[in-house]
Design a protein around this ligand. Sequence first.
Ligand SMILES: [Zn+2]
Length: 116
Amino acid sequence: MPYCSRCAAPLKDSALESCWHCLIRFAPESKWTVVDDPPFKFQQAPSSNATEPWRAPRLGVFGRAIIAIPVWLVLAVLAILSVAPYGGSHPLVTLWLLSTLVLPVWVLLPLMSKRR
Ligand SMILES: [Zn+2]
């Protein structure tokens, strides 16, 4: 079985132009070639799934809504409780009003970035 001389990945055939794993090209002028014996034990890097680089899992709109709705409700309850006995304004009311504006934007961000 042929192997990549750079990363020791097993190759399907020795006529390949490049390595599927480390993506180097096997050219006559390249110092990396296809070899019959692996130069070392092949270990696929956990961070490289061949071509797909690892990406942090991103929260979808529903995932964000599940977080945002309780946060908004808790802030609303705190804001109401902080104001109810006295009336007037309180930093929590400002925070709640701010969250009313910011949380929907944050929840809908994945939709906006997908359209770009
Ligand atoms: Zn390779």
